[in-house]
Write a protein that binds this ligand. Structure first.
Ligand SMILES: Cc1ncc(COP(=O)(O)O)c(C=O)c1O
Length: 386
């Protein structure tokens, strides 16, 4: 039988999926595994797509996306982050943030290149880096409260480093960065001839303070590639619309990967995205009010259970330590699921530096969150502290 690419041996089904798939075996399960808003896409956004299907051409769009959508994204960056991205050559509409990440990595990486990633981190980067023949170098952020510090980043940069890949607000820790923290990191980036890929898909889900986009550091524009999209901000995970903005020189290469990969993003979804970004910018703020209430609730409950946990300032995840009960997060999550029918994601899914933690998503109803907290508490009460 013909064999797949040898690197495929090392590519596993992500821990989030492994657990989400098992949830079906448990009829009474409470599922806190998946990373998508529990809200539905607002009706006017759906209507815009339906209207477009009925009245507009549904042929391919320009490879980089409909001009009106690129212009809207460009305007958003100008107004919100003071950054200029020319809709003609510096904005690329992709099939979710995922395709943007894939396109960037394949456009910039040569075999042997290293990508530094503060960890624990989202599990969607490493497999693509490995498929490019490049090397993922996770940098342990546990000693600094899951915040990338200039010292930790700089001490890991070598002549092989091609890029640093940041994600903030961060999946799975819920951490985000203040302006002084970002300023300090940018000082390091300025000194090195490397790319900075910044996955800001949760930018609109900043629960405290303001999101400081790397796009706003306009003097390092040639190094920075920003990935974002509407999946989380507008509860549009199934529409598959994301985007990349960056300097036109490198965007030409990212666009080349994209056009061979997908030609263009789906047209009805592009029209829906125009409606979302033009007329529904307030939507994420409304969702954030609900996330904040749930975050405060689950944070308090976890503290009351005696778990070590920090308060998330962005995204919709909380990442308590379970180390005092079990150092193996897969074992802990499996036992939790089998004994109480509560599904969470083992921290090790987010690199070895996530070990000893579990990720709970609070993108669910308050009733589910309460039931989940009760089940976790009951389970913990049956365990002996180590
Ligand atoms: C950090 C991060 N980046 C990217 C994605 C993928 O986003 P999209 O659905 O837009 O492809 C996710 C999804 O969970 C994520 O958590």
């Amino acid at each position: 039988m013909p064999q797949a690419n040898k690197k495929m041996k090392d590519i596993e089904v992500p821990g989030t999926r492994q657990f989400a798939n098992r949830v079906e075996e448990f009829p009474d399960a409470v599922d806190l595994t998946l990373g998508q808003p529990d809200f539905e896409t607002p009706q006017p956004i759906k209507d815009a797509a339906i209207e477009a299907i009925n009245t507009k051409s549904m042929k391919y769009s320009h490879n980089t996306g409909l001009f009106e959508l690129r212009e809207t994204i460009s305007q958003y960056y100008r107004e919100v982050h003071g950054a200029e991205y020319d809709p003609d050559g510096e904005v690329l509409v992709t099939v979710g943030g995922s395709e943007g990440i894939d396109g960037i990595l394949r456009a910039i990486l040569d075999p042997g290149d290293e990508v530094l990633i503060p960890a624990p981190t989202y599990l969607g980067y490493e497999p693509i880096i490995e498929l490019c023949g490049a090397v993922t170098k996770f940098v342990d952020m546990t000693p600094t409260g899951h915040i990338a510090t200039p010292e930790l980043i700089e001490s890991n940069i070598t002549e092989k480093t091609k890029a640093v890949l940041l994600n903030y607000p961060t999946n799975p820790t819920g951490v985000t960065y203040t302006k002084p923290q970002m300023d300090a990191l940018v000082e390091v980036f300025r000194k090195h001839d490397i790319f900075v890929i910044t996955d800001e898909i949760y930018a609109e889900n900043t629960l405290e303070g303001e999101h400081i986009s790397l796009a706003s550091y306009t003097d390092i524009k040639e190094q920075v590639l920003v990935v974002s999209g509407l999946s989380k901000s507008h509860a549009m995970t199934g529409w598959r619309i994301g985007y990349v903005v960056g300097h036109r020189t490198i965007m030409e290469d990212v666009t080349a990967v994209h056009l061979y990969n997908t030609i263009c993003a789906a047209l009805p979804s592009q029209y829906a995205a125009i409606e979302a970004l033009k007329n529904h910018r307030h939507v994420p703020k409304e969702m954030n009010e609900a996330y904040i209430e749930r975050r405060d609730y689950i944070y308090r409950r976890l503290l009351d259970m005696g778990l070590e946990v920090s308060k998330p300032t962005g995204a919709f995840y909380i990442f308590p330590s379970i180390r005092k009960y079990d150092t193996d997060s897969f074992r802990f999550a499996t036992n939790l699921l089998e004994s109480t029918q509560l599904a969470v994601v083992p921290g090790r899914s987010f690199s070895e530096y996530g070990e000893g933690h579990i990720r709970l998503s609070f993108a669910c109803s308050m009733a589910e969150l309460k039931e989940a907290a009760d089940r976790l508490e009951r389970y913990i009460n049956t365990l002996e502290e180590k």
